[in-house]
Ligand binder design. Sequence first.
Ligand code: HEC
Ligand code: HEC
Length: 281
Amino acid sequence: MRFLSQCAGLAILSLSAGPPSLMAQQSGEEIFQQKCVACHTLNADRLVGPGLAGVMTRRDRAWVKRFIMRPDLVLGSEDSIAAGLLEEYLVPMPNFGITDAEAEALIAFLGGGGGGAAAGETAAAPDVVEPATEEQILLGQDLFQGKIRFTNGGPTCNSCHDVIHDAVIGGGVLAAELTTVFSRLGGPGVRAIIGSPPFPVMQRAYLNKALTDEEVAALVGFLQQADAEQALHQPRDYGIKLFVAGVAGTVILLGLYSLVWRRRTTGSVNQSIYDRQIKST
Ligand code: HEC
Ligand code: HEC
């Protein structure tokens, strides 16, 4: 009952809200779509963070509210639930400056449908990322470093990020180094972050300059390849180089030894012949 009336209230609010940019009057679902969907699904699937289906039954309401409003404070405290989550999900959930009213709206949204109703409406990110084609990876590489411009004019990724890759020369250091982001956040997580960035700096950079689906897919493919490359290819590469250097070194040393040795044997053979000749005369 309480949820229904809250829903009705929210529906009226959002109907009368006019432009959806009026933050205070956004519905929980709108806020979720804008600020949370990059990292959370409404079902049980893990993205960057845990799937939020059933979160209102597995956690205390006050805890959820505190966590949504100040994840940094809760994570920084001795809170054992937060510590356990961080250990499992590795990335700390950023603080989005969620207000009290927004947190209430989000909680109503999360608690109500049990994920069901809400999940139906959200075209939740499919949890499998199709493997990228060779062309997509190359396109992603060119987009990442600005050899090819984004359709809607957004800034190149390497103006803020760096990635270690054979074909990409140094990028920015303003934001995280992205070489291993794929193993850290997983395909769906990376795709969600690139598609609708939850980070204010990145959000502002792509405001009204959203990437196209093809661009997102290409960048995800490129980041996956960069990750795989540094995990497998580079150490093996060093291994081969070391091995080759070792073999070459051994061959050179053996060559030197045998030269020195032959001269010494030759010397001693000559000497014995000389000695014999001396004796026979
Ligand atoms: C950048 C990714 C990211 C964004 C965006 C994000 N979260 Fe999170 N969230 C996480 C991670 C990661 C965790 C797990 C705890 C941790 O590692 O900090 C988490 C945990 C949670 C939890 C606790 C879940 C549980 O199982 O106890 C709730 C609730 C939550 N987030 C709600 C939200 C809401 C609401 C928003 C939008 C305002 C949001 N999150 C935006 C990454 C994110
Ligand atoms: C204006 C600067 C800026 C630009 C341009 C930018 N980002 Fe970001 N990005 C950030 C910031 C800031 C963060 C937040 C985390 C951090 O501090 O690194 C971030 C976070 C990320 C993350 C999550 C990193 C992690 O370790 O959790 C990914 C993935 C990402 N960006 C990909 C991209 C891609 C792909 C592009 C190009 C389409 C791009 N970014 C362009 C600033 C930027």
